[in-house]
Design a binder for this molecule. Structure first.
Ligand SMILES: [Zn+2]
Length: 77
């Protein structure tokens, strides 16, 4: 990578559409949680985990429940 490389000036395809950050967009939540938390205008777009967290706070969604469902999947059998 050198100065002036076109990759440095073009926007990453997965940048958050709320804050513009290309970081922390690689996370997953169940579809029903996504639709509950994320505003309709952003549901089909990329939202980073921090903006998702802000939306969740606004909607008063229990994030611990979300993380438990996503990371502990299949452990309670
Ligand atoms: Zn964001």
């Amino acid at each position: 990578m050198k100065l002036g490389d076109p990759l440095l000036t073009s926007r990453p395809p997965r940048a958050c559409k709320v804050c513009g950050s290309p970081d922390k967009t690689d996370f997953q939540v169940p579809n029903d949680v996504w639709k509950t938390v994320v505003p309709t205008e952003f549901q089909n777009k990329v939202v980073c985990v921090e903006c998702f967290g802000k939306f969740a706070c606004e909607k008063q969604v229990d994030l611990f429940r979300v993380y438990k469902e996503t990371s502990g999947f299949g452990l309670n059998k």
